[in-house]
Design a protein around this ligand. Structure first.
Ligand code: CP
Length: 304
């Protein structure tokens, strides 16, 4: 595929190849000189219309590690504030000979528009509540790193599923790679249509969700996307759904804990667990750079 907007056009084989290549990229990142010439002469534009710490930083580092030039388009400081359209903005940037776009946007499907206006490869860095494919890839990579394979693994994802592009992308990706996914949250934050995805089940009981799980992922309560009426109170949510030691005791021995970040400590995850020995949260961050190098390489150079 030319773009990575979601996983629809991506076969399990291609996705596994992306993860295999991330092993090579992690090797590059462990060297004293963390730079290879793979993308020399190419220009990557990171266009973020929504805030980010991890995704933007890691994509920019990933591109630079492979010797690409990076132009960072900050929507808030651009002429969008003067009424310029998305189309004119992207056509303007493309005239500077940008070779690929990494796009985060609050509107679902914005990456498709950028692909149409630019004619260049586009990587979705999170669009609305729809998809965040590189986050799911780095999650899959982190689980695979722990267990060697995703086949037969159970992954419990607990939190605000309704507003989560991370949950949606993981629910698409992990079963393609052989894992079973359980999505868990209060009924108001658990859209029933997700149960139609192959390999995905839903439950409102967090103890059911984690029983037998090899990985437990906590998701942030996305208060910026919530209207009123989803939760009685944050405390009540934490009392039932917080990923803490008591809940983890029901998971498989040695189960790992993931969180895509940013975290609301002691709300959806206890600090004890976030900083504890089962936590792979900073490992996810580290792996994100390697996985994004692999994705950029795949789309811009096209070989494994
Ligand atoms: N997980 C994630 O997408 O984090 P950022 O919003 O900081 O990029």
């Amino acid at each position: 595929p030319k773009h990575l907007l979601d996983f629809q056009d991506w076969s399990a084989e291609r996705l596994s190849a992306l993860l295999d290549n991330a092993d090579t990229m992690l090797g590059v990142l462990s060297r004293p000189v963390k730079k290879v010439p793979a993308l020399q002469g190419l220009t990557v534009c990171t266009a973020f219309f929504e805030n980010s710490t991890r995704t933007k930083t890691s994509f920019e580092l990933a591109a630079r590690r492979m010797s690409a030039d990076v132009v960072s388009f900050a929507a808030g400081a651009s002429s969008l504030s003067k009424g310029e359209s998305l189309r004119d903005t992207i056509e303007t940037l493309t005239a500077y000979k940008v070779d690929a776009y990494v796009v985060r946007h609050p509107v679902s499907g914005a990456g498709h528009l950028v692909a149409r206006y630019s004619g260049k490869p586009v990587i979705n860095a999170g669009d609305g509540r729809r998809a965040h494919p590189t986050q799911a890839l780095l999650d899959a990579y982190t689980i695979r790193q722990e267990y060697g394979d995703l086949k037969g693994k159970k992954v419990a994802i607990i939190g605000d599923i309704r507003h989560s592009r991370v949950a949606r992308s993981n629910a698409e990706l992990l079963p393609k790679l052989g894992a079973e996914v359980v999505l868990c949250g209060p009924a108001t934050l658990l859209p029933p249509d997700l149960a139609a995805l192959p390999g995905v089940t839903l439950t409102t009981d967090p103890f059911d969700a984690v029983r037998g799980a090899h990985a437990v992922m906590a998701l942030r309560l996305q208060q910026e996307r919530m209207n009123t009426g989803y939760l009685a109170s944050m405390q009540e949510y934490a009392d039932t759904y917080q990923v803490n030691e008591a809940l983890l005791n029901e998971a498989e021995d040695g189960a790992i804990v993931l969180h895509p970040g940013p975290m609301n400590r002691d709300l959806e995850i206890s600090s004890e667990v976030a900083d504890g020995e089962r936590s792979r949260i900073l490992k996810q961050v580290e792996n994100g750079q390697a996985v994004r190098m692999s994705v950029l390489y795949h789309l811009l150079v096209g070989r494994d």
